[in-house]
Design a protein around this ligand. Structure first.
Ligand SMILES: C[S@@+](CC[C@H](N)C(=O)[O-])C[C@H]1O[C@@H](n2cnc3c(N)ncnc32)[C@H](O)[C@@H]1O
Length: 291
């Protein structure tokens, strides 16, 4: 997969997308530029195994990448955005008119029922733009159960502008429906992997993430590092579960550095892996690096 190292530092810098294509809880839109600042200057293929709403990928706009997610209709949606943007626009516009020109909540519920009967990218797109808080939440039986949001979903004309901005940014990426381990185990020496996993304790019902295991992710990261694949892992230190700030235990010996990412920038620090972290600081986002 790796064909020599690409020097991305010489590539023309791309501004981040002006707006999100999907509304998605936990998206990295605001931090994407800061996360990219911590990436190495050169690497082979870029891999993003937890693609979600694609904020980091779209900002990077890589020439050669593989992106994946366990949520199949989401992967189908990204494939369509990349290859058939006009069709994606029609999916959105049709549902927008259905919702805005009738009983909004009833129309939303009908789209949600259609998605639950047959999970598909067209309904998922509209649900993400119109559901409460952009929270794609699943019940134990696997059905999407987020209520309708109070906001007005963006107009099809505005959605079209976002599509035109996003679609070319995905040109170099292959989207696959896969568990993270499959993607990461295929990464070659010199490649770069960016992981933004679900947060183990507070997000088990989000995005259908029930099968996620943080320990399996750490084991996979360690295997990557051992064969010369660079891995960056986002952990949001400020995420709250009830009153408790999530304290994700980071095993010692895997990561070499921690980057503290603020909106649009990142500060790199050598990470002394003796149990101490940067907990005392109020950080916006934390990025652990294997190099
Ligand atoms: C925190 S979100 C990623 C957000 C993304 N960075 C963004 O900017 O929108 C985590 C994603 O991981 C996916 N996911 C959960 N378990 C997974 C697994 N075992 N393998 C691959 N993806 C998984 C979820 O479907 C979700 O889209």
């Amino acid at each position: 997969m790796t064909q020599g190292l690409l020097d991305l530092s010489g590539a023309a810098p791309r501004p981040p997308p002006a707006g999100q294509l999907l509304k998605w809880i936990g998206n990295k839109q605001r931090f994407a530029a800061g996360i990219l600042a911590a990436f190495p200057k050169t690497y082979g293929t870029y891999h993003e195994p937890f693609i979600g709403s694609g904020a980091v990928l779209a900002t990077l706009a890589p020439r050669q990448a593989v992106a994946g997610d366990v949520l199949k209709p989401l992967v189908q949606l990204w494939q369509a955005v990349q290859q058939r943007p006009d069709e994606v626009h029609d999916w959105y516009a049709q549902r927008w008119h259905q919702v805005m020109e009738g009983d909004k909540v009833a129309a939303y519920k009908a789209i949600r029922a259609s998605f639950n009967a047959d999970p598909n990218p067209a309904d998922l797109l509209f649900l993400s733009r119109s559901c409460y808080g952009g929270v794609i939440r699943f019940a134990r039986d696997g059905s999407m159960n987020t209520p309708c949001g109070a906001h007005r979903p963006i107009r099809p004309e505005d959605f079209a502008k976002r599509l035109a901005d996003w679609s070319p940014r995905l040109a170099g990426t292959r989207f696959v429906h896969a568990d993270f381990q499959e993607l990461m185990d295929a990464a070659q020496p010199g490649d770069l992997v960016y992981c933004d996993p679900p947060y183990a304790d507070s997000e088990t019902t989000l995005y259908g993430a029930q099968k996620f295991s943080l320990q399996r992710l750490f084991d996979t990261i360690e295997r990557c590092r051992d064969r010369g694949v660079h891995v960056a892992l986002s952990i949001d230190g400020t995420k709250r579960s009830g009153d408790r700030v999530c304290d994700v235990p980071i095993p010692s010996g895997i990561f070499a550095q921690e980057a503290v990412v603020d909106v649009g920038r990142s500060m790199l620090r050598r990470f002394q892996m003796q149990g101490q972290t940067l907990e005392s600081e109020r950080v916006s986002d934390r990025l652990f690096l294997t190099w």
